[in-house]
Ligand binder design. Structure first.
Ligand code: ADP
Ligand code: MG
Ligand code: MG
Length: 252
């Protein structure tokens, strides 16, 4: 699905990512963990195509294409979905309007006709039920006056509607109560299939108890210093990130 090779990146001239190698096969969920400031959001932002991050070396191949050469809209049309740590609010533009535009943009990109209005609303009905949102909510402005938990539900709703091939979720679990956490987890699990992959950036093990990843990677100071199975998340929870300095020394 996606292959990241020797990725180096800077923000405002400051090196943040210092050689990331990561392969995510079709159908797998990989968690990226690591302490604050290690570069997790930077990695997610680069996959999203945000301009303030400059890639100085390396490549990202997605379904055989050079992802870094596609603009953010093309990435979305190619089936990449990015969920953010701090979702934006767009007052005055309804969630449904935006989603329908996104669905149609992707259809147009692939030479398909626009989505039928009735079919679209049936899909909305079905998906809001999965995330516990009301029709009234999704008709409101994008994330307008949504609580933190509602924004995350909305993000998962968008993901379910778009059925992406690759989802990159940055701290989708942060600040969630247990009900919202379960909604987020079940949304991610619902999309698990042999054709889809997910990168789950998370600070805590909590979400990984509900979405058991195929692999866990630890990012520290811009490098992946450890990779393992789901049990690595348990080890980190017990030991904290304190031992990583020695791992990093060994990796250098
Ligand atoms: P994480 O998500 O793992 O907590 P980030 O990727 O957000 O880490 O940040 C990694 C480093 O890059 C931090 O030192 C942070 O201050 C810096 N950084 C990230 N984004 C910016 C930015 N837009 N401008 C300046 N520094 C940034
Ligand atoms: Mg952070
Ligand atoms: Mg972050």
């Amino acid at each position: 699905m996606i292959s990241i090779k020797n990725l180096h990146a800077e923000v405002e001239g400051k090196p943040i990512l210092r050689g990331i190698d990561l392969e995510i096969p079709d159908g797998e969920v990989h968690a990226i963990m690591g302490p604050n400031g290690s570069g997790k959001s930077t990695l997610a932002s680069i996959l999203a195509g945000r301009e303030e991050y400059e890639v100085t070396e390396g490549s990202v191949t997605y379904k055989g294409k050079e992802l870094l050469e596609l603009d953010p809209d093309e990435r979305a049309c190619e089936g990449v979905f990015l969920g953010f740590q701090y979702p934006v609010e767009i007052p005055g533009v309804s969630n449904l309007y935006l989603l329908r535009a996104a669905v149609n943009a992707r259809r147009k990109y692939h030479g398909e006709p626009e989505v039928d209005a009735v079919e679209f609303m049936q899909m909305v009905q079905e998906k809001i039920a999965h995330v516990g949102m009301s029709m009234d909510m999704v008709k409101r402005g994008v994330n307008e006056d949504f609580s933190g938990g509602e924004k995350k539900r909305n993000e998962i709703f968008q993901m379910l509607m778009l059925e992406p091939s690759l989802s990159v979720l940055d701290e989708t679990d942060s600040g969630l109560d247990i009900d919202a956490l379960k909604v987020v987890a079940s949304g991610i699990n619902r999309l698990r299939s042999p054709e889809r992959s997910t990168i789950l950036v998370t600070h805590y093990k909590r979400l990984l108890e509900h979405v058991v990843p195929d692999r866990v990677h630890v990012l520290y100071q811009g490098r992946i210093v450890r990779s393992g199975g789901p049990e690595l998340a348990d080890t980190l929870e017990e030991e904290g990130y304190a031992n990583l300095e020695t791992d990093e020394a060994a990796a250098t």
